[in-house]
Every structure is written in structure tokens, then in C-alpha cells.
Design a binder for this molecule. Structure first.
Ligand code: GTP
Ligand code: MG
Length: 138
């Protein structure tokens, strides 16, 4: 069965939304296979966000992602990659649909990078690549 890498980003942890976000994963019926609260290293973030290196929001993104603890999760279930991104909502929380995590709990805080609470892998290849970065033992 399909797996994906989910992050409750540091802004989500700081806002006290870990429980609500995990509730969405479980209520939808996905299975949590691994879960860890940790502060991400620079090496992990450089590998995870390699595709965004050189973009204007790259350094603000890495700074945000290393600003405090985050929750890294491997979740599984049929269609979980697309399904989780659908629950998360579109990247920009200002216009993310109501009912989604970003639409319900996110907003623009005027920062250089969008603070949008969660991450989800965007393809099976990304999922396996990212799971290997965050949970090398999995
Ligand atoms: P993730 O699930 O976090 O990967 O979100 P995503 O797939 O919707 O976005 P993407 O992978 O394209 O970008 C990673 C993160 O960079 C986003 O979640 C945002 O925090 C930030 N980001 C992406 N695009 C922009 C942008 O155009 N402007 C700003 N300010 N931040 C961006
Ligand atoms: Mg992405």
C-alpha cells in the first residue's frame, strides 16, 4: 500500500495544532506508520528541499523549517499521497479551500515564506525519496 511523508511544520507545532492535524490523518482512515517530534538538521532540510534551492523563498523556508520542532510522519493507505494533499489544501493558505487544513487554520502572516502548517509528498517518487531522508530506518 502507498506511503507518504507528512510534516507538521514548526509553525503548526508552535500554533498548537499537532493534535488537530493528526486527527485529520486518522479520521480520514490513513494509518500512521512512523511519527517523530524533532528539530530538523540543515542537512535534512537541504536534501528535502533540494528542488527549491536558488528560489527567493528557499532561505526563509529553511529558516522557518529549522525554527523549532516539527513532527515527521509516515502515513499509509490507498491514494494517501493525493488524499493527504487534498486534505492539506493548496500551498497559499489565503486561498486554500475551507475544510482543508491550510484553509481552516492557515493565513498570511506577512512573512517571506508561506507558513502553511503542513507538508505532503507530491508523487510516489517524492514520497520514497523523502521517507528515506526523514526515516532512513523505514
Ligand atoms: P509542501 O507540502 O510544503 O511541499 O507544499 P507544496 O507542495 O504545496 O509547496 P512546494 O513544494 O511548491 O513549496 C514548499 C514550500 O515552500 C511551501 O509549502 C511554502 O511554504 C513555500 N513556498 C512555495 N512556493 C512559494 C511561493 O511562491 N512563495 C512563498 N513565499 N513561499 C512559497
Ligand atoms: Mg511540495
Amino acid at each position: 500500500t502507498e506511503r507518504t511523508l507528512i510534516l507538521v511544520k514548526p509553525d503548526g507545532v508552535a500554533r498548537g495544532l499537532i493534535g488537530k492535524i493528526i486527527d485529520r490523518i486518522e479520521t480520514k482512515g490513513y494509518v500512521i506508520e512512523a511519527l517523530d517530534l524533532r528539530t530538523a538538521s540543515q542537512e535534512t532540510l537541504a536534501a528535502h528541499y533540494a528542488e527549491h534551492e536558488g528560489k527567493p523563498f528557499y532561505q526563509p523556508l529553511v529558516d522557518l523549517m529549522s525554527s523549532g520542532p516539527l513532527v515527521a510522519i509516515v502515513a499509509s493507505g490507498e491514494g494517501v499521497i493525493k488524499g493527504w494533499r487534498s486534505l492539506a489544501g493548496t500551498t497559499d493558505p489565503t486561498t486554500a479551500a475551507p475544510g482543508t487544513i491550510r484553509g481552516d487554520f492557515g493565513r498570511d502572516w506577512g512573512t517571506a515564506v508561506q507558513q502553511n502548517l503542513v507538508h505532503g509528498s507530491d508523487s510516489p517518487e517524492s514520497a520514497e525519496r523523502e521517507i528515506a531522508i526523514w526515516f532512513p530506518e523505514a
